[in-house]
Ligand binder design. Structure first.
Ligand code: NAD
Ligand code: WQD
Length: 347
């Protein structure tokens, strides 16, 4: 059993990863300010994790930008043991919002991460898994994208993630003993197969899968497909979708590697290596749900790329991890969650 601190553990990826870590027998402190999540997510995580899990989870409602809240979290371990490693999900992730309010993104993503690292130093914890993003690559020239591709973000959200990556590299170079994984996720989708936890975006979803599932369930009338004239086989954009349960497994594998191996700075893509177009996603969702997803092809969205697909070989080599779940399973589980929770955790 390892004593872990999970920042942003009530969020989409954090809740699924927390469940997996509880099932693996670890003991968790979660810190979350519920800026983009609900306490209900963690209540359901405990319900899924089964008897005894409640003794291994402490939730601190707090902000990663507050040293006092972080001290409280570091002192809250249910085992009474010191925190051995941190998985850092907490942050803001909406590209459009980051263009309109960049200072908020620099504050939460960069300053929040800096506060966390200071707290880790103060509490003698030097093992960290960080949620980075394929967004740090911007509009890459070669496909699939390897970890050596240029870091050239094209929006404030991407710049804030790239800056945290750089801060982590500087820290690892300055002081021996840091074990850090920078995980660059591609397009996380899906939900726990029980349909009890899933992605619960507030307002109009920015991302494709939540939008498609809200159309299928009747909350929205039609999907807008951003561009039908991309240089792809069917003209719609191609992305590397990854099931959130595969992503959760990737965190567990990264954590195990960091704890077992000598101190290091690990930088890995977490993706499937397979691309799917928007129209393929629509068809897969229609098969999974048995519903029609009406759509209209409209103009391209600013800042989009035709195709973004990971080269996932390094993660396979370093972690022995690869994705297992297909697009059909991603759609099946998104639909199961959407149907059971048409308005998310709110009812
Ligand atoms: P999410 O919004 O569902 O989860 C983030 C969590 O952090 C939420 O529970 C939110 O309440 C919490 N949080 C935000 N600001 C906080 C603060 N100041 N203090 C404490 N808690 C705070 O997002 P997610 O999809 O689960 O993403 C998790 C991480 O993965 C983020 O860092 C995101 O940038 C990164 N990421 C996400 C995607 C994606 O498409 N979902 C892709 C690549 C990277
Ligand atoms: C996927 C495809 C759209 C919505 C974003 C962030 C990135 C990372 C992952 C956090 C594209 C098309 C979408 C719609 C559509 N997140 N689309 N109609 O843009 O690949 O990446 O999430 O780190 O930083 O930018 O994901 O889900 O928005 O779009 O046609 O209503 O679906 O054009 O081809 P994206 P997405």
């Amino acid at each position: 059993m390892t004593q872990l601190l999970i920042t942003g553990g009530a969020g989409f990826i954090g809740s699924h990863t927390s469940l997996l870590l509880l099932e693996a027998g670890h003991s968790l402190v979660v810190i979350d300010n519920y800026d983009n999540s609900s306490p209900e997510a963690l209540r359901r995580v405990l319900e899924l994790a089964g008897p005894g899990a409640a003794d291994r989870l402490v939730v601190v409602e707090g902000d990663i930008r507050s040293a006092a809240d972080l001290d409280k979290a570091f002192a809250a371990a249910p085992s009474g043991q010191p925190i051995e490693a941190v998985i850092h999900f907490a942050g803001l992730k909406a590209v459009g919002e980051s263009v309109g309010d960049p200072l908020r993104y620099w504050d939460v993503n960069l300053s929040g991460s800096r506060h966390l690292l200071k707290a880790m130093q103060a509490h003698g914890c030097r093992t960290l898994v960080f949620s980075s993003s394929c967004t740090v690559y911007g509009l890459p020239e070669t496909m699939p994208i390897g970890e050596g591709a240029a870091i050239q973000p094209i929006n404030p959200y991407g710049h804030s993630k790239a800056a945290v990556e750089q801060m982590l590299a500087d820290l690892a170079a300055s002081e021996a003993g840091w074990r850090i994984a920078r995980l660059r996720y591609f397009n996380p989708v899906g939900a726990h197969p029980s349909g009890r936890i899933g992605e619960d975006p507030s307002g109009i979803p920015n991302n494709l899968l939540p939008f498609v599932s809200q159309v299928a369930v009747g909350r929205r009338t039609e999907l807008q497909v951003f561009g039908g004239d991309w240089p792809t086989p069917d003209g719609s954009g191609i992305r590397d979708y990854i099931h959130v349960m595969d992503l959760a497994e990737g965190h567990r594998a990264a954590l195990d590697a960091l704890l077992a191996e000598p101190p290091q700075l690990l930088t890995l893509n977490l993706g499937s290596g397979q691309g799917h177009s928007v129209l393929e996603v629509v068809r897969a969702f229609e098969s999974a749900s048995g519903r029609t997803v009406p759509y209209a092809i409209v103009a391209r969205r600013d800042g989009d790329a035709a195709c973004t697909v990971a080269d996932p070989h390094l993660a396979a080599e370093r972690l022995g991890w690869r994705t297992r779940l297909s697009l059909a399973e991603m759609c099946r589980d998104s639909w199961c969650w959407q149907q059971a929770n048409p308005h998310g955790y709110g009812g």
